[in-house]
Design a binder for this molecule. Structure first.
Ligand code: HEM
Ligand code: HEM
Length: 226
């Protein structure tokens, strides 16, 4: 097929219509199913943890890990911790509050979120890309991290960067706009589908492990790490 025969409009309609709904349902449903399975497994294999469950210790532990350098292990790696913090802050803030996305949120769910000035989202996009490159370099350079790193770890970091790279190029219209926008949406949907199915599930699982370590080490053993 000649390039001019490709109907970008109908690809765009599918990607922002049925494919987008599929992605959202898979993303939310997948995370819920994963949580339900893990909950069942823990009731079966690790019932004892519920004996000393403490919401207060769990929340304290989560809170300490939300603030840069608030925990001892973050202070041991101050540069990595702050870069990882900035990586996650821009990763969550840009897709949620980008002005171009706000319109899509409103169309799909009828909610009007705060819209970030374009200069800020553009800057955060570049900061995100730089932070991700730092995390990739760290995995290559630090021997103790390198030995634990598989090709899939790099791939996931790369896949997380793709929506940012293509979104940035589309926004600046550097390159063929229609193609970049379609790639942007496609890569974003792939990323959202990978969240419940890979270690990116830590987006919700982080809170469970953190809370558990909080009430186990802090509450039960009196050995909190902050
Ligand atoms: C899946 C549905 C998504 C749709 C339909 C969508 C749509 C768009 C549109 C229309 C633009 C603006 C392009 C322009 O200005 O012409 C954009 C930009 C952008 N999007 Fe998305 N997007 C989606 C998901 C995501 C996700 C999941 C991320 C990040 C994880 C993301 C990050 C960005 C970034 C970083 C920009 C460019 C910001 C800038 O440099 O100013 N998008 N997106
Ligand atoms: C509120 C949600 C999230 C929390 C609390 C969280 C927390 C964490 C933590 C504690 C780590 C390990 C250390 C670090 O690199 O900071 C990590 C790593 C990572 N996170 Fe998240 N995360 C969240 C959401 C996400 C999402 C939505 C994605 C991608 C779509 C993501 C992608 C990554 C990646 C790629 C790494 C590995 C970095 C590396 O390889 O060095 N995170 N996250």
């Amino acid at each position: 097929m000649m390039e001019s025969d490709i109907n970008w409009n109908s690809i765009y309609e599918i990607l922002t219509g049925p494919a987008l709904w599929f992605t959202f349902i898979f993303f939310v449903g997948g995370l819920l199913i994963r949580l339900a399975f893990l909950f069942r497994l823990s009731r079966k294999k690790d019932r004892v943890i519920y004996n000393h469950f403490s919401l207060a210790w769990g929340l304290r532990s989560i809170f300490q890990w939300m603030i840069p350098w608030a925990s001892a292990s973050m202070r041991q790696q101050p540069v990595f911790s702050i870069v990882a913090f900035i990586f996650h802050l821009s990763l969550l803030a840009v897709p949620l509050f980008l002005s171009a996305h706000i319109v899509l949120w409103e169309e799909a769910f009828g909610v009007r979120l705060w819209s970030m000035p374009d200069g800020l989202s553009d800057g955060l996009t570049l900061i995100f890309i730089a932070a991700a490159l730092f995390l990739i370099a760290r995995r290559r350079i630090r021997p103790e991290v390198r030995i634990l790193t598989s090709a899939w770890d790099y791939a996931l970091l790369g896949i997380t960067m793709l929506p940012f790279i293509t979104g940035f190029l589309a926004y600046h219209q550097w390159g063929p706009y229609e193609v970049l926008l379609i790639l942007h949406i496609l890569f974003s949907q792939i990323l959202l589908i990978l969240i419940p199915t890979t270690k990116l599930g830590h987006m919700v699982l982080f809170f469970l492990t953190r809370a558990f370590i909080g009430f186990e080490m802090g509450g039960r053993r009196g050995a909190r790490s902050w």
